[in-house]
Structure formats: structure tokens, C-alpha cells
Ligand binder design. Structure first.
Ligand code: HEC
Length: 172
């Protein structure tokens, strides 16, 4: 036992360093950690998707419900579509505010598919340009049913909403 003593000390030191690095990453963003890191964007729609800011300078805000506002800078981190729906728009499991939920695939082609099969959920007609915009701003699906809590209700200009929709159309 005695000759092993040195090794655990080194292990703990490494673990400590790792914890510091991980904590740093967690601070940089929510959900898809670091996905919203500053970068060049090919379009305003892409910029909105990743940062919830418009190159027009027009405000973009998110009403998270429960009196919480998001969008743009929030608590030192940026909260935008990417944090839940992922860098490729395909969604997935998200951990946020000590809860876990699944964000859906919001690529345009998926949303507008003839048959949207959500297991255990009620069917609704495929999305159209208009109902996608309505889902983003009012949080209702094509059948008029409210979307669940984690999906914020977004406020942005019509032009910005159009750019964002174009970006969803560009996702493969
Ligand atoms: C905090 C996490 C979160 C953020 C941020 C977020 N969403 Fe969502 N979104 C969700 C969840 C969860 C759902 C599914 C809600 C449900 O099924 O009732 C959803 C649903 C949607 C839907 C409807 C999809 C469907 O299958 O019915 C669209 C469209 C959508 N989001 C677009 C966006 C866009 C665009 C943004 C950025 C402007 C965004 N979301 C930001 C969590 C988020």
C-alpha cells in the first residue's frame, strides 16, 4: 500500500484541473456547450440561430415563461436556438437548469414532411412557412396546440424571422 501513495495525489491533481476546465466550459454557454462561440456567419439567419442577435441591430428576445427572459446575452451566456436544437438543427437531449428534455429536429425539411410521427403524441398537419413562424413567435404547433415549456416565445422583426426561416431551409 505504502508505495502506491504518490499516485492518487497525482490523480487528484489531474482531476482538479479537469474540473476547472469543465467548469469553464459550462460557464461559456448552456445546453450545447460552447456551440454559440463567436464566429463568422454566412447569413443573418445563421447568426440569429447561433446568437439571437441580428445584424440589423433589431432586438431579439425570448420569453421563457415563468417570468424569465432570454435571448442575446443572458446571465453571461448566450441562449439561442442552437443551445437546444443543436448546431445542425436536429435537436436532441438537452440539460438545462437542472432539467433534461428533448428538443425536436427543426430542419425545414423535417418540419414540413407529410407525416410527422411523434410517438405517443397527437398528430398534427405538416408545418408551413406560416406555421413555423407562428411556432417560433407564439409557441403553437400547426394544430394550434401549445408547445411545451422549454420552447421560448420569441420576439423579433418580420425581416429577422424571415432570415431565420431561410436558415432552417438551408439545413441539410
Ligand atoms: C430552451 C430550449 C429551446 C430554445 C432556446 C429554442 N427551442 Fe425551439 N423547441 C424547444 C423544445 C423543447 C421544443 C418542443 C416543444 C414541444 O414539443 O412541445 C421546441 C419546438 C420548436 C419548434 C416546433 C417543432 C415541432 O416539431 O413542433 C420550432 C419550429 C422551434 N422550436 C424553433 C426554434 C427556434 C427557431 C429557436 C431560436 C429562435 C428555438 N426554437 C429555440 C426548445 C427550445
Amino acid at each position: 500500500m505504502r508505495r502506491m501513495l504518490g499516485i492518487p495525489v497525482i490523480r487528484w491533481t489531474l482531476l482538479g484541473a479537469l474540473a476547472v476546465i469543465l467548469a469553464g466550459c459550462a460557464y461559456a454557454g448552456w445546453g450545447w456547450q460552447g456551440a454559440a462561440a463567436p464566429r463568422e456567419f454566412r447569413s443573418n439567419g445563421e447568426r440569429i440561430y447561433f446568437t439571437a442577435t441580428s445584424e440589423r441591430g433589431t432586438p431579439i428576445t425570448a420569453d421563457m415563461g415563468m417570468g424569465m427572459m432570454g435571448g442575446g446575452m443572458m446571465g453571461g451566456g448566450t441562449m439561442s436556438c442552437v443551445n437546444c436544437h443543436g448546431p445542425d438543427g436536429r435537436g436532441g437531449r438537452v440539460r438545462m437548469m437542472m432539467r433534461t428534455f428533448v428538443a425536436p429536429d427543426i430542419r425545414y425539411k423535417t418540419l414540413t414532411e407529410e407525416k410527422m410521427e411523434h410517438e405517443g403524441e397527437e398528430e398534427h398537419p405538416p408545418y408551413t412557412d406560416e406555421t413555423i413562424k407562428r411556432a417560433i413567435t407564439q409557441g403553437v404547433d400547426p394544430a394550434g396546440e401549445p408547445l411545451e415549456w422549454p420552447m421560448p416565445r420569441w420576439s423579433m422583426s418580420d425581416e429577422d424571422l424571415e432570415d431565420l426561416l431561410d436558415y432552417l431551409k438551408s439545413l441539410e
